[in-house]
Write a protein that binds this ligand. Structure first.
Ligand SMILES: [Zn+2]
Length: 199
């Protein structure tokens, strides 16, 4: 749908929220998303260096396209089989997209206050659970030009940032649940994926 992609590009170039330089919202191809229990989702991703620049810009484009197509509000590189510390996020409604690309994000402060939100994950399609995390976080990351930036989040953004950084460390939202709840979700996911394959 070239019209929608063009609109996203226009908003991004306007510097939607000033967090990122505009990624090119070209007609980027989408990538297959890995599902649990793919073992690549459990690996710790490696930091991105200067030498990765071109690859990371191309990957960020494809990850954004993949996230919008899913649709989802966040995607981490390990979810598309790339063991790099790269995250894309857009928590804005479709009418006003505000894509963020975070290179080497790390949490540098978090609130003592906790907040609970329902979370899902593109690697556990159709599964949702309430997850408790720090209510607010502060992150340090680099943008696609390598410039160091900081961002503070609360509410949905805070949960999303923490969820995606977890992916870079091989952690999934179900790891924050009791073993009972986690196993229930993992069994249901396996069943759902199996019936989808048959369907
Ligand atoms: Zn996820």
């Amino acid at each position: 749908m070239p019209i929608i992609l063009a609109q996203r590009g226009a908003v991004a170039r306007g510097g939607a929220r000033g967090y990122i330089p505009a990624p090119r919202m070209s007609k980027s191809e989408t990538l297959p998303i890995l599902f649990v229990p793919d073992t690549r989702l459990r690996l710790k991703a490696r930091p991105i260096g200067d030498a990765d620049g071109d690859k990371v810009r191309a990957l960020a484009d494809k990850m954004l396209a993949t996230m919008y197509a899913a649709p989802g509000i966040g995607l981490a590189a390990p979810q598309v089989g790339e063991g790099l510390r790269l995250v894309v996020i857009d928590i804005q409604p479709k009418e006003a997209p505000a894509p963020m690309v975070l290179v080497n994000p790390e949490i540098i402060a978090e609130s003592a206050e906790l907040a609970m939100r329902e979370e899902g994950c593109l690697s556990l399609p159709g599964q949702y659970a309430d997850v408790t995390r720090p209510a607010r976080v502060k992150l340090r990351y680099q943008d696609l030009t390598g410039a160091k930036r900081e961002i503070e989040g609360e509410g949905l953004l805070s949960a999303c940032l923490q969820h995606e950084i977890d992916h870079l460390n091989g952690v999934l939202f179900v790891d924050h649940l009791s073993a009972l709840k986690r196993n229930m979700i993992l069994r249901k996911l396996a069943k759902d994926l199996k019936s989808q394959q048959r369907g």
